[in-house]
Write a protein that binds this ligand. Structure first.
Ligand SMILES: [Zn+2]
Length: 298
């Protein structure tokens, strides 16, 4: 009798133990599952936050880029009454402004590729004579180079026939630029430079008038203090020799990227290397750049 009761007690104890174990295990599992779920929730939330932050950063970068692009356009566009450029050179700097006239042409892409290799920015004073290459204007602009106006027709007799004829031609090339890059640039280079004497043949005194008038209209004109000599027929070696100098800390070199100027393309890498080795920085013209003016001769 006694013994039987003892067995019941043991069985009851085992049963209780089992029940307790099952309950405890169930609770443990529930807690563990809960923790796991909470961790998963946290992980998802963190991921979501990270993704949102990434999107916000991308949006901000896009906005900043758009803003910088807008400011660049604003700064490079012609604004009547707003002066362009400086005559004060910073003596602590060594700067080369590479400038290319008479393009775009079949040689422009080659010039752009070479500039790219040297991480050099330049300025292109454009003409409208080769319509099939006009899209190069945007290509150059988008690569960080400056677009300036040279002449639509580039025929001295027509361009310098009168003050009105000059501005008609300038407006025409301005429109071409606007079609390509969305605005009319304020930087110009006179056909033959401000010092040309050829215009005397067509209109006496026109250059002294134009040099004043363009500035009143919000443009600035740029001549050069180093000529590569590629305006006339020149060999690669001649162009290199004429382009390389350490006479000045601030240099504006005249080149041409017209279709006939293959030797300019050939000479360019050596010239860029020369200036790089001599500690010069290549810069595209902007609103704050140093102005290079020639004395007018007509
Ligand atoms: Zn020219």
């Amino acid at each position: 009798m006694h013994k039987k009761r003892g067995r019941y007690n043991i069985n009851a104890l085992i049963l209780c133990g089992l029940v307790f174990f099952v309950i405890a295990a169930t609770i443990f599992c529930m807690v563990a599952n809960g923790r796991e779920a909470a961790r998963e929730e946290q992980r998802i939330a963190a991921e979501k936050k990270q993704e949102e932050e990434k999107l916000a950063a991308e949006e901000k970068a896009r906005e900043e880029e758009e803003q910088a692009e807008k400011e660049r356009m604003q700064s490079d566009s012609v604004q009547p009454g707003v002066p362009v450029g400086t005559t004060e050179a910073d003596d602590n700097e060594k700067v080369v402004y590479l400038t290319f006239d008479d393009g775009p042409s079949k040689n422009t892409q080659k010039v752009l590729d070479i500039l790219d290799e040297y991480n050099a920015k330049a300025t292109f004073f454009i003409t409208g004579q080769q319509p099939e290459y006009l899209s190069m204007i945007k290509t150059a602009y988008d690569a960080g180079h400056t677009i300036g106006l040279h002449s639509y027709i580039h025929d001295y007799e027509k361009v310098y026939a009168s003050v009105d004829a000059y501005f008609e031609d300038l407006e025409k090339i301005g429109e071409i630029a606007k079609e390509q890059i969305g605005f009319v640039p304020c930087y110009i280079r006179f056909p033959g430079g401000a010092s040309n004497t050829v215009s005397r043949k067509y209109t006496k005194g026109i250059m002294s008038k134009l040099t004043e008038m363009v500035q009143e209209k919000g443009y600035q004109y740029y001549d050069w203090n180093v000529s590569s000599g590629d305006g006339s027929k020149a060999t690669k070696e001649e162009i290199i020799k004429q382009s390389e100098t350490d006479e000045y800390n601030h240099i504006m070199i005249l080149f041409h990227d017209a279709a006939t100027k293959d030797t300019t393309v050939e000479a360019l890498p050596e010239i860029l290397k020369y200036y790089q080795d001599h500690g010069y920085e290549f810069r595209a013209i902007d609103r704050d750049s140093l102005i290079f003016h020639h004395q007018t001769n007509n």
